[in-house]
Design a binder for this molecule. Structure first.
Ligand SMILES: Cc1ncc(COP(=O)(O)O)c(C=O)c1O
Length: 448
């Protein structure tokens, strides 16, 4: 049973003593399985287990291990504080902080110059190789952010204006990337409202694609899809149908076929939730940008994948856009660790999201989109709740939310934090129904 919000306000998280031994290494080669996670393995995954602390030695270490200190006491406390803060932060899955395993991986990474050294950086190469294995594409390239990954891909496809990109009217590449596309690629967009209200289908694409030959219209050169989009899935069946149609769409002589791009910032969430094969999904696209710092929980970075020829050309645009980095090995190593430890946790994150959504519905909330992965999009306007009150009630319960009503779950959100959120929202709904005056000032911050 979840405690009431007023009790919550008084809950004090007891300070735990952590003793950090000189040899506090974790076994980074050992992923958590679902049972360990269920038994409270989340703590271990975040690095706070008895094994790493009180006993003074990790059970995986031996007397022969190097005794060089890895974590100091203040650094462990700082990290733990950060983890406690984000376990109640529902603004985005970008807010996660590194686990001890990730930091250990950073310490053990390579430190080569990814631009000057002839073969690049070893950890970056390992990360790229891992993405090649997972996606089934020929080549991969590290990029600093999801925005950079998307815009490099689009720029690499779009060689000669006039040209246009067909996309969902809510697409991140169009709405949330500071107007990059017309600047970087001189491209206009064809915004499509999905007929089914959820995701684009081949019929939407057929209706809006622009062929060569009409002097008034810039021809479609890229179809850019997004999966997941606001937490909803673009099913494999639809991706396949769109891909088949687009790749066979007639173009003028000498033109390349229309390219298929995927903003796969949260592709692993979508594929895990739909239960389809990642390689099958990726086969529908010529380029994909995958974020490492969203649901996967790495501190930063994205990887784009495509053909060898495509990635070879994309490297030039990465440098041009200021994304040629020097010692990115530490970040690549953290991302590799994130892939290993966080990916198996996604179903658990989705299950908690769905349970929370059900409880919010029972409390009288309306949810705008199907809850299929790690997001709940509340329609606050529909139930007459002002954004300021939404933020204020959550804050009083020790929970952080954006005023938009979008709630995002990630691997560091605890069930206890979800219970706090639900209680705060119940109280808000009760107060609204009782006619209580709710906060209604203009709220700014975040992405509003
Ligand atoms: C769907 C989608 N694509 C791309 C991005 C861009 O990622 P970044 O913030 O790393 O630039 C985001 C960021 O939230 C996103 O949600």
């Amino acid at each position: 049973m979840a405690p009431g919000i007023r009790e919550f306000a008084e809950v004090e998280v007891p300070e735990q003593r952590i003793e950090v031994s000189k040899s506090s290494k974790l076994d980074a080669s050992k992923p958590l399985n679902q049972n360990e996670y269920n038994k409270g393995g989340r703590e271990e995954m975040n690095g706070w287990s008895d094994k790493t602390s009180a006993a003074g030695k990790n059970s995986n270490t031996t007397d022969d291990d190097d005794e060089t200190p890895v974590f100091t006491m203040p650094s462990m406390h700082k990290l733990r504080e950060a983890q406690r803060r984000v376990e109640r932060d529902f603004r985005s899955d970008t807010v996660t902080v590194p686990t001890v395993n990730m930091i250990q991986a950073m310490i053990e990474s390579s430190f080569q110059d990814d631009m000057y050294d002839a073969t690049g950086d070893e950890s970056v190469n390992r990360l790229q190789q891992r993405l090649i294995e997972l996606t089934g594409k020929e080549a991969a390239m590290w990029a600093l952010s999801g925005t950079m990954g998307n815009q490099i891909c689009l720029r690499t496809h779009l060689t000669q204006p006039p040209h246009t990109v067909l996309l969902d009217y809510r697409a991140h590449v169009h709405c949330w990337e500071t107007g990059a596309m017309p600047v970087m690629s001189q491209a206009s967009v064809t915004q499509v409202h999905p007929k089914n209200g959820l995701h684009l289908t081949v019929d939407d694409v057929k209706k809006h694609i622009i062929a060569d030959g009409n002097i008034h219209f810039p021809p479609t050169r890229v179809v850019s899809l997004e999966n997941s989009l606001s937490g909803t899935i673009l099913p494999l069946k639809d991706a396949k149908e769109i891909s088949e149609f687009v790749r066979n769409f007639p173009v003028e002589e000498g033109e390349k076929p229309i390219a298929m791009h995927l903003d796969g910032a949260r592709l692993f969430d979508a594929v895990a939730a739909e239960g389809v094969d990642l390689k099958d999904y990726c086969a529908c696209f010529d380029s994909i940008s995958i974020c490492l710092a969203k649901g996967l929980g790495a501190p930063m970075g994205s990887v784009i994948v495509g053909s060898k020829k495509f990635i070879h050309r994309a490297r030039l645009f990465r440098k041009m856009f200021g994304g040629g980095t020097r010692q990115p090995g530490m970040m690549a190593a953290a991302a590799l660790s994130a892939l290993e430890y966080t990916m198996p946790l996604l179903p658990k994150v989705h299950a908690l999201t769905k349970r929370t959504a059900d409880t919010l519905r029972q409390a009288g909330y309306k949810i705008s989109l199907p809850v299929q992965t790690n997001m709940i999009v509340l329609d606050l306007e529909e139930v007459g709740i002002p954004p300021a009150a939404f933020v204020a009630y959550a804050k009083r319960a020790g929970v952080t939310v954006f005023p938009t009503g979008r709630l995002v779950f990630h691997h560091q959100i605890t069930p206890e934090a979800a219970a706090r959120l639900v209680e705060a929202m119940r109280l808000l709904m009760e107060d609204k129904k009782a006619g209580k005056q709710l906060e209604n000032h203009k709220v700014t911050g975040g992405y509003m």
